[in-house]
Design a protein around this ligand. Structure first.
Ligand code: SPQ
Length: 425
């Protein structure tokens, strides 16, 4: 893909596609519950389509009509043993949350994904599930996919999460639903809580006491309607686009602003960005329209409890930081090294190619700005967020930018380039 922009401004309004985390969970919860669950605003990204494909292979009926999904299930006890390997594609969320679900079934299943999934750590899920009695085998004793699961009766555990991960928390919560007894999970740093919100929406009882979440096994879920808000992680790239160009003012409609996901808004606020949050819905998942205007920005320090609230936005935050006055330090973000690619190395290498003053640290990066970015041949490493970072960076670059493998962007944001082009003036 070749991109050349001549000092563009962004104007207008778009609705970013549905939240990826909530879309995955809507299919999973619809499949666990008995009855017919309907979903609106579903993300038609490749990751979420992988989740649908896995559940169809478990015998769950799923109909897709554009962004509306109908899931008809007799409940988790009626899922069928899959006759082939469940293909989780590029999706860590599908692989990890499904592991929690499959561990407590009464059948055998095997899961595998693409080359990136084969490198991502699975022991963080396998280990607590084994403590619950799960029988899971995999490469290097379950560190990596493919994973083979012999479903069995699980028992509750008390578990303190060693990494701040919503996927680990969610996999244990989903396994706990099928376990005997009450499971308690201690979460030292808060991570996205879409699983907890959806458990309540589907009728489960789940309690939070400080940093501990408790859930009793054996609860039945009731089918319902799910409204998926726009994904703030996708909106973040459009926010970045408005902030790295001059004379821009854009509106992003219907964006999910669950407080466990809004670290990007805290960051741009501290950097001095001119933006408004116009809240439209407050029940279940909070939703707002966001108005973003070009701004003079200052570098800041980002770390600690903020990191899980913006972990997927760090590639675009690093790009924004190249246009800030002063130094931005991102720390405590070592989890970036085990995402779709090593996002610390990849972000630093790619922005360096464009002339940014950026260096990697063990757990983050240091960026000095502002710098004029140049055209360059950018690599995505098959990572959707690196692809979108490169496309947004091209708006601020002097000279042409080429992007290899831009198709990977469809993992989370199909139609991204059309949306971006529709805003460019
Ligand atoms: O699903 P996947 O591949 O893990 O996707 C990513 C992303 O950038 O879209 C991470 F690479 O998002 C994760 C996120 O980083 C989605 C997620 C969830 O839906 O629960 C939680 C986060 O991962 P983790 O490992 O911190 O729990």
């Amino acid at each position: 893909m070749n991109l050349t922009f001549d000092h563009p401004s962004l104007k207008g309004s778009i609705q970013v596609p549905g939240d990826k985390s909530i879309s995955h969970r809507s299919i999973m919860f619809g499949a666990i519950a008995s009855g017919t669950t309907t979903v609106e605003g579903f993300l038609l990204g490749e990751d979420c389509l992988s989740t649908i494909d896995c559940f169809r292979n478990l015998g769950v009926e799923i109909r897709l009509d554009h962004e509306k999904v109908t899931i008809t299930s007799k409940g988790i006890a009626h899922w069928k043993e899959p006759s082939r390997v469940l293909d989780t594609g590029n999706s860590g969320t599908t692989t990890r949350l499904m592991l929690g679900l499959l561990a407590g079934t009464n059948f055998h299943s095997v899961m595998a994904g693409d080359d990136s999934i084969a490198k991502r750590p699975m022991k963080r899920i396998v280990e607590p599930l084994r403590r619950m009695g799960a029988d899971i085998r995999g490469r290097e004793d379950g560190r990596f996919t493919p994973l083979a699961i012999n479903g069995t009766q699980l028992k509750a555990i008390n578990y303190s999460l060693p990494v701040a991960s919503a996927q680990v928390k969610s996999a244990i919560l989903l396994a706990a639903l099928q376990a005997t007894g009450t499971t308690a999970i201690e979460e030292p740093v808060a991570t996205r809580d879409h699983t907890e919100i959806m458990l309540r929406q589907f009728g489960a009882e789940i309690n939070r006491n400080g940093s501990t979440i408790e859930i009793a096994g054996g609860q039945e879920l009731a089918a319902r309607h799910v409204k998926v808000p726009g994904d703030i992680s996708s909106a973040a790239f459009m926010i970045g686009a408005a902030l790295v160009t001059r004379g821009s003012e854009i509106t992003l409609e219907n964006v999910g602003i669950n407080p466990t996901r809004t670290g990007i808004l805290d960051v741009i606020s501290e950097m001095g960005a001119d933006f408004e949050i116009l809240e439209t819905e407050t029940e279940g998942e909070r939703v707002a329209d966001l108005v973003i205007r070009s701004s003079e920005l200052t570098g800041i320090e980002i770390g600690g409890e903020l990191i899980p609230r913006l972990i997927d936005e760090i590639p675009v935050i690093a790009l924004i930081a190249t246009q800030c006055q002063g130094t931005t330090v991102i720390k405590d973000a070592e989890e970036l090294r085990v995402k779709e690619t090593d996002r610390i190395t990849a972000v630093v290498d790619e922005l360096t190619k464009m002339g940014a003053d950026i260096r990697a640290t063990e757990d983050g990066m240091v960026i000095k700005g502002p710098t004029q970015l140049n055209g360059a041949a950018m690599t995505t490493y098959g990572d959707h967020r690196l692809g979108m970072m490169a496309a947004v960076a091209s708006l601020a670059a002097e000279g042409p930018v080429t992007i290899d493998e831009p198709d990977c962007i469809a993992v989370s944001y199909p139609g991204f380039m059309d949306h971006l082009n529709s805003l460019v003036r």
